[in-house]
Design a protein around this ligand. Structure first.
Ligand code: PTJ
Length: 244
């Protein structure tokens, strides 16, 4: 553990950065994950390192989609696993979603390490090792998914997803819930629900909304109804440009 004084103005941001470094040391996070985190931090700084109201509405809508799904899957990559392992397990439990390790830079070692790390954090079943399904339109390694996981899902939550894959999943007709701090990224642009927020704040808030609406189908319908993807993207861009 690094010693960051709590009084440091960017305490949270430094802790988050350290978790990504630790993820690389554990063989969970790719080296490219360090670069992705740097990009994310820059956007988070511009957004004021807070959850915008529009992002909170997106998180509530995402919770509603997960609860109403026939088969929801939460996709986990090397950055998500390093930053919010326990929170992802809790989200899956609160919504009845499956957890699937699905990597952009796929290696069997990293998949196994992430699955084990999620089990250490309380996950019972972790998908992603079968890789017996394919996303049409992507090259071999990028296309691999579990047939009974993401392959079969009607709703997928994909944090920090690559643009090509986000687009290809959308073309399969899946409802995509994307967490990405960059409102201009292709993944955010193609998502049914773009959540423009730090995954560290976003995942626990989706879980809180899911718990609150779990037995209330009317509230779930209202959360989906109240959400407009284009408006959310515009609100985030405005916040970056004007600080509003
Ligand atoms: O573990 P793997 O192999 O699946 O690889 C995962 C990464 C994230 C390295 C891979 O998918 C990748 O290279 O992604 P990109 O294309 O760099 O996109 C990552 C996006 O996530 C960027 O738009 C970042 O702004 C955003 N991002 C980075 N950190 C965070 C974030 N969004 C939310 N919360 C963060 N902490």
């Amino acid at each position: 553990e690094v010693d960051v004084p709590e009084s440091h103005p960017r305490y949270e941001s430094l802790l988050t950065r350290h978790r990504i470094e630790d993820g690389v040391d554990r063989g969970i996070t790719s080296r490219q994950g360090l670069i992705a985190q740097g990009r994310g931090e820059a956007y988070d700084y511009l957004l004021g390192e807070r959850t915008l109201e529009s992002a909170d509405r997106a998180e509530r809508a995402a919770a509603a989609y997960l609860l109403r799904a026939d088969h929801a899957v939460v996709s986990v990559n090397g950055n998500a696993a390093a930053l919010v392992p326990g929170e992802l397990v809790e989200l899956a439990e609160a919504t009845g979603a499956d957890l699937e390790v699905n990597l952009f830079n796929r290696t069997e070692e990293r998949i196994r390490a992430i699955a084990e790390y999620l089990r250490d954090h309380g996950a019972e079943e972790v998908l992603g090792l079968e890789a017996d399904g394919r996303i049409p339109g992507l090259d071999h390694e990028r296309a691999k998914v579990d047939a009974d996981g993401i392959g079969d899902a009607d709703v997928v939550l994909v944090p920090l997803e690559d643009g090509d894959r986000a687009e290809a999943l959308g073309e399969m007709g899946k409802t995509e819930l994307v967490v990405d701090l960059n409102p201009l990224s292709r993944s955010a642009q193609v998502a049914t629900v773009p959540i423009i927020d730090n995954i560290v704040r976003a995942i626990p808030n989706v879980t809180a909304h899911a718990r609150e609406m779990a037995d209330d189908p009317e509230a779930q319908r209202a959360a989906i109804e109240a959400f407009d993807a284009d408006e959310a993207l515009e609100a985030a861009e405005r916040a970056i440009r004007d600080g509003a």
